[in-house]
Design a binder for this molecule. Structure first.
Ligand code: E4P
Length: 227
């Protein structure tokens, strides 16, 4: 299973890259805004360079399908490791599957995003998306069962040998990460604060404290003259 960082915060990305557990980075316009990246061209170039050769997902910002194609080509030209996030449909309900299909056919990798159902995921995979991003937190917000959708989707993709990898996004807690992993997600994209929580356990700290205290006691015993 791969872990992506759902962030545009360079300090956090550097930190988690050093830990050796990050396989890529995803962003969206809201994440860019939150992390202070207002100039998309500069931001994408900087992040892509920082994580190269790992994949960086950057999202188009228009409802117009023609403009989406143009933006996608432009974003992809900024660095070799940029993957283009295309929503499965625009805000008016027009499917963006044709854009996904054409980009993939032209050699540009697509992360089909804002997927809320198994049906949408099926179509995005059929359109040829390299990644299909299921929004677990938002599915649960609406009373859905994200773990069930993840398990069904992974089983279906694997049964039919689709190339698409399932990314679980919209993570709202450390528990969401564990549920997604156990439901079989190929990739989970995680905001850094939840990685910190998963890495830590109070009882690990207490245990390490005991071991260090006993090691120090042993050292003191070594210095004592034998009677
Ligand atoms: C990741 O690819 C998504 O853009 C992100 O996880 C969405 O998260 P949100 O539902 O918290 O906006």
């Amino acid at each position: 299973m791969k872990i992506f960082l759902d962030s545009a915060n360079t300090k956090e990305i550097e930190k988690w890259l050093c830990y050796g557990i990050v396989d890529g980075v995803t962003t969206n316009p809201s994440i860019m805004l939150k992390d202070g990246i207002y100039n998309i061209e500069e931001g994408v170039k900087k992040l892509a360079k920082l994580i190269t050769p790992l994949p960086l997902s950057a999202e188009v910002t228009t409802n117009d399908l023609k403009e989406m194609m143009e933006q996608a080509k432009w974003l992809a030209s900024l660095a070799h490791n940029v993957v283009i996030k295309i929503p499965v449909e625009n805000e008016f309900g027009a499917p963006c599957l044709g854009v996904i299909s054409q980009l993939e056919k032209s050699g540009i990798k697509v992360n089909a995003t804002a997927i809320m159902s198994f049906g949408q995921l099926m179509f995005a995979a059929k359109a040829g998306a390299t990644y299909v991003s299921l929004f677990a937190g938002r599915i649960n917000d609406e009373g859905g069962n994200a773990a069930e959708v993840i398990a069904n989707s992974v089983a279906w993709l694997d049964d039919w040998d689709f190339k698409s990898e399932l990314i679980v996004g919209s993570i709202r807690s450390a528990g969401d990460v564990i549920s997604a992993a156990l439901a079989g997600a190929h990739i989970i994209t995680v905001p850094p604060q939840y990685l910190d929580k998963i890495a830590d356990h109070k009882y690990t700290r207490v245990t390490v404290k005991e071991f260090i205290a006993d090691a120090q006691s042993a050292l003191k015993m070594m210095d004592k003259p034998k009677s």
